[in-house]
Write a protein that binds this ligand. Structure first.
Ligand code: XMP
Ligand code: MG
Length: 189
């Protein structure tokens, strides 16, 4: 049987594995357990279940694995946002192009994103979501590039902190490619 790389014809463009699928599974399990522990009380005392909002497209694989590691009733939604250069659009830096179907007001929201880099996208998105008056709003990211932040932004849950390298796989793409790689790899410059 052909390997994943040869099927995709991508051997020349990607470099070493940064995190294997086994390492990813372990980190996602840890974060799922943290969320379960933190929200267990919320669920029992108020009857609310966390509303998980995945940011498309990059978070789809992470979300699928993460919710299977959360031992609580939770609701899954997805949003898609488009980023613009700052100041070019009067409605704001980030525009929602696909919205959630659930009312956010009063809910315990967890935003699930693939990667936190400069902080611009999540900062803007969280501001938009906060305006809808959730009971609480937390952020869970698969990857955190801490060294590249342009504005201060802290995620509540992080699977891996990484250096400033462009990574692909496990949902993350370069020009829409490589999302289906089961592990995380560094893209060759
Ligand atoms: P900001 O800078 O707004 O960026 O925090 C978050 C978005 O930037 C993209 N991004 C990446 N995508 N590999 C990717 O596939 C990377 O290494 C990478 N770094 C940033 C991503 O779309 C993310 O949502
Ligand atoms: Mg993305």
């Amino acid at each position: 049987m052909k390997s994943v790389q040869s099927m995709l014809g991508i051997k020349d463009n990607i470099d070493q594995i940064l995190y294997s699928k086994e390492e990813i599974a372990q980190a996602v399990k840890r974060v799922g357990e943290e969320i379960t522990r933190d929200y267990a009380e919320t669920v029992t005392s108020t009857g609310r279940k966390p509303l998980m909002i995945g940011i498309l497209k990059g978070s789809f694989m992470f979300m699928a694995d993460l919710v299977r590691e959360i031992d609580l009733a939770c609701k899954v939604e997805f949003m898609a946002a488009k980023s613009y250069g700052q100041g070019t659009v009067s409605s704001g830096f980030v525009q929602i192009v696909k919205d959630v179907e659930t009312m956010i007001e009063g809910r315990d929201v967890i935003v699930v994103e693939d990667i936190l880099d400069t902080g611009n996208t999540l900062n803007e998105l969280c501001a938009l979501l906060r305006a809808r008056r959730p009971n609480s709003l937390k952020v869970c990211v698969f990857l955190d590039k801490r060294g590249t932040r342009k504005i201060p932004f802290e995620a509540d849950y992080v699977c891996f902190e990484i250096e400033n390298e462009f990574v692909v796989g496990y949902g993350l793409d370069y020009a829409e490619r490589y999302r289906n790689l089961p592990d995380l790899r560094i893209l060759k410059q």
